[in-house]
Design a protein around this ligand. Structure first.
Ligand SMILES: Nc1ncnc2c1ncn2[C@@H]1O[C@H](COP(=O)(O)OP(=O)(O)O)[C@@H](O)[C@H]1O
Ligand SMILES: [Mg+2]
Length: 262
């Protein structure tokens, strides 16, 4: 496989709900090791795009390729099994379970696999959880305490550590810090920078342009159900991105306009 083969390549992705054109003809790609941001106003089609990418919904038209191979995810589980991990804004963690149980939720390690009578290998799950958290730099004092007592930031770190531990191809983060405080946000951003250093490709949806400019290589602007352009972070600035998001700047008017053709 040539080094330039995108990890993810999306062509003509479209989703219409009756008369509502939530997403039309989206072209998108993510290079190996690249971190990209998706930005756009409310209703621009960002969540629709992620739902189509991750198998939550099926597209009306278009195609998705992972590492050069056409894929069609029938469900989020299917997407996960093929190496794509997603952390949603509303955390899908179990309050009453401890960290290892949450990390291995739905993919428990067993000592003896007898279907419903399987014996779980708690020791292995605990050890692997410690390792996963360590690679992302997340520190949890008491691994056997239920998540209920943890802060939003700690929980988000567990969710990202889980995604990072299992993602074979890429990670998608949907507004990972929207509900977090300043320090917790900084912690999550450190984890994301660590993933960049490890070469794990990542897509982040964020309204926080400071964060976007700090973290990513490329910014994709969504507007009114279309991807209107992509800009390399080094070639743009927050004012320009705001102008593109609001429509004050016409993407065709940019001197170094990069077509959203991948
Ligand atoms: N299930 C749905 N049924 C009908 N319209 C929808 C549905 N989901 C999203 N939409 C519409 O599609 C457009 C894009 O929505 P969305 O992808 O949620 O935008 P964003 O995440 O950028 O805020 C909006 O106009 C929204 O109202
Ligand atoms: Mg949304």
């Amino acid at each position: 496989m040539p080094a330039s083969t995108p990890v993810l390549r999306v062509q003509g992705l479209t989703k219409h709900y009756g008369g509502v054109k939530a997403l039309t003809d989206a072209q998108f790609s993510l290079l190996p090791g690249e971190h990209a941001a998706i930005v756009g106003d409310n209703g621009a089609g960002k969540s629709t795009f992620v739902r189509l990418l991750t198998g939550v919904e099926q597209p009306s038209a278009g195609s998705i390729q992972l590492d050069g191979a056409q894929v069609q995810f029938s469900s989020p589980l299917d997407a996960r099994e093929q190496g794509m991990e997603t952390v949603y804004q509303t955390l899908a963690l179990a309050e009453d379970l401890d960290v290892p149980a949450n990390i291995f939720l739905g993919r428990e390690i067993t000592r003896l696999n007898l279907g419903p009578l399987s014996i779980l290998n708690h020791r292995a799950m605990r050890q692997q959880s410690v390792d996963m958290l360590a690679t992302t730099g997340v520190r949890i004092q008491d691994m056997s305490a239920p998540l209920r007592g943890m802060s939003g930031g700690q929980r988000q770190c567990v969710a990202i550590a889980r995604a990072a531990g299992f993602a074979k191809k890429l990670i998608i983060l949907d507004e990972p810090t929207a509900a977090l405080g300043v320090q917790e946000t900084a912690r999550v951003e450190e984890i994301i920078k660590g993933l960049k250093q490890r070469g794990v490709p990542l897509i982040i949806i964020s309204h926080n342009l400071r964060q976007v400019f700090d973290l990513v290589d490329r910014i994709w602007v969504f507007r009114q159900g279309r991807i209107i352009c992509q800009r390399r972070t080094v070639d743009t600035n927050p004012q320009e991105i705001v102008g593109l998001i609001t429509g004050a700047i016409d993407p065709a008017s940019l001197s170094s306009h990069e077509e959203a053709v991948c």
